[in-house]
Design a binder for this molecule. Structure first.
Ligand SMILES: Cc1cc2nc3c(=O)[nH]c(=O)nc-3n(C[C@H](O)[C@H](O)[C@H](O)COP(=O)(O)O)c2cc1C
Length: 205
């Protein structure tokens, strides 16, 4: 059974373009796939308190954690375990100020640690994760490459590609739901324009 973990980074619920696209993907999954969701805006992700920062430092150094540190670090361990258990990561990521919503960045900061989600050897970093990925980007405007030149304001795709490579999510398929704010029907059109690609990707899980 393929374990699909859906990581949702829009707070807009059913009104969200990225979540509407993700629902098309979910509905097209084979019956053999399992599907679970991590809603980053509902998940009450831990903040980086002094205890959490210290727990990270000590864990990386192989030192013992005190009780307060261990208690906060257990939330990180649970998030990492959930991440590593996935065979496929479906990520729904709106563009916020050319980049990721802060909750997705918080998630990245919480789970990206040497020895937990990646290792370093003489050839550089190597991901510990073994999932494939689909990233849905919902964007008010259009940030596709123009004449083969990447849009200089797209700080989503380059960053996500680098992070996915670091932690071992590969290959990664991108689904662009763009121009959602271009008019009254724009979001509906943008989501339905991605339907065929979403169904094909889900069907191959
Ligand atoms: C805080 C914030 C920042 C945004 N920044 C951008 C932006 O830089 N570029 C853009 O095209 N749209 C921007 N938007 C619009 C969203 O990307 C667009 O509405 C998208 O469809 C939202 O996705 P969702 O419906 O899945 O939540 C922003 C929206 C919010 C709430």
């Amino acid at each position: 059974m393929t374990n699909v973990l859906f990581i949702s980074a829009s707070p807009r619920g059913e009104a969200s373009a990225a979540l509407q696209a993700a629902e098309i993907f979910r509905a097209a999954l084979p019956a053999s796939a399992s599907f679970s969701e991590l809603d980053l805006f509902a998940a009450n992700l831990p903040d980086y308190t002094p205890e959490l920062a210290s727990a990270k430092q000590k864990t990386m150094m192989g030192a013992d954690l005190n009780n307060a540190e261990a208690s906060e670090w257990s939330a990180v361990e649970q998030l990492v375990a959930q991440f590593l258990a996935a065979d496929h990561l479906l990520m729904a990521i709106p563009m916020w100020n050319f980049s990721l919503p802060y909750k997705f960045k918080q998630y990245i900061d919480l789970i990206t640690h040497p020895g937990m989600t990646f290792t370093m050897d003489k050839d550089g970093p190597r991901g510990i994760g073994s999932a494939t990925g689909t990233v849905i980007y919902s964007r008010g405007g259009n940030y596709s490459p123009k004449d083969g030149v990447p849009d200089p304001f797209d700080f989503q795709s380059p960053y996500m590609n680098a992070w996915c490579a670091l932690v071992g999510i590969q290959p990664v398929s991108e689904v662009l739901v763009q121009g959602t704010m271009a008019g009254p029907d724009a979001q509906t059109n943008a989501v339905s324009g991605a339907r065929e690609q979403l169904e094909a990707l889900a069907g191959n899980i």
